[in-house]
Design a protein around this ligand. Structure first.
Ligand code: GAL
Length: 330
């Protein structure tokens, strides 16, 4: 009897814990633990989000305590409750000579859809196994399905330039671009991609030489906005915002768009992506990583609404917020 009672208590507390962990979220709580719908911590760092047929897909770095373990993908209809889909791109555990052999570093994956080839194309920052951050390459992988699995195609330095932190941007006319930190992160460059998005073209120019990284770009009306961080590794620093009406520049520095406690350190985070919210005019979410270098999997996510008012961009700290709070931009 006693045993049954104990077992029941253990089982019930298990159920309680499981249900407590797989909370149904109704609001964003920046920098808090964020679990997926199975109750596991969301493991998608340095990520980006795309929208396909009524669902958002969040791609990001799968991390162990320190290790890089490939790219995870999650899906969500509401941006709050994320279902783990799969490991979208795995490291190669068979061929030790592969560019993505286990032990390599894959960071900042971004995925865009190519309307001409019908493929989802992923670019990411790749460092070769055992070389630290020396290789400074971009890696490319493709899939016919949004959730993958993605097939690794190739890795290279775009037009011979070092390539570390990066993002992709697909413009309204379908042209796509790779924006990347180069020359030991002193330069930020942009290259237009080939029609199939698999290679950089020779249209590859310097944006500015301000020693910036973690690029996150969005377009509102006729302007492009680019948020970057300084270069202090995993430690947070001051963000900056640039504006241009042409992707190839000139880019004008508008200063730090963050507002609120700890804004001068991007609230403890580092930019990774700016996500356009579907069904709301000019509504964007700023996505940042609050890195925990002692246990990278537990790096937290800071998602905050971006307000754009007649070209003035503000990203204000909030403890808790939901999409209803988002206003259409002007
Ligand atoms: C940061 C970069 C991260 C990661 C880290 C490693 O500067 O933004 O993506 O590469 O350095 O120290």
């Amino acid at each position: 009897m006693k045993r049954i009672l104990i077992l029941t208590v253990v089982l019930l507390s298990g159920v309680y814990l499981a249900s407590a962990q797989s909370t149904r979220y109704t609001a964003f709580e920046p920098a808090s633990v964020w679990n997926d719908t199975d109750g596991n911590i969301i493991n998608a760092h340095g990520g980006g989000v795309i929208f396909v047929k009524n669902k958002y897909y969040w791609f990001g770095e799968k991390r162990g305590r320190g290790a890089s373990e490939g790219v995870n993908v999650y899906s969500s209809p509401d941006l709050l409750n994320w279902k783990f889909e799969r490991l979208a791109l795995a490291t190669d555990t068979v061929n030790a000579q592969s560019d993505i052999a286990r032990g390599c570093i894959m960071e900042r994956p971004k995925v865009i859809y190519n309307d001409k080839t019908g493929q989802y194309v992923m670019w990411f920052h790749l460092e070769l196994k055992g070389q630290g951050y020396k290789a400074a390459r971009a890696g490319v992988a493709v899939s016919e399905n949004v959730t993958g699995p993605f097939r690794f195609i190739n890795s290279f330095r775009p037009n011979g330039h070092m390539s570390r932190d990066m993002t992709l941007f697909k413009d309204d006319n379908g042209d796509a671009y790779h924006i990347y930190s180069s020359r030991e992160n002193y330069d930020l460059r942009i290259s237009k991609l080939s029609d199939d998005y698999l290679f950089p073209t020779s249209k590859d120019t310097l944006l500015f030489s301000n020693h910036r990284e973690a690029p996150a770009i969005f377009k509102h009306k006729k302007n492009y906005y680019l948020i970057t961080s300084g270069c202090t590794g995993w430690d947070p620093n001051k963000a900056s915002l640039h504006i241009a009406d042409n992707l190839f520049g000139p880019w004008k520095n508008l200063g730090d768009p963050m507002i609120g406690p700890n804004s001068e350190l991007t609230f403890g985070g580092q930019s990774t992506y700016v996500l356009p919210v579907q069904g709301k005019k000019g509504a964007f979410i700023f996505m940042a990583d609050k890195w925990n270098p002692r246990n990278l999997i537990d790096s937290r996510y800071i998602w905050l609404p971006v307000s754009v008012n007649d070209g003035k961009v503000e990203i204000r700290w909030r403890e808790r917020w939901d999409l209803k709070a988002m206003k259409d931009s002007k």
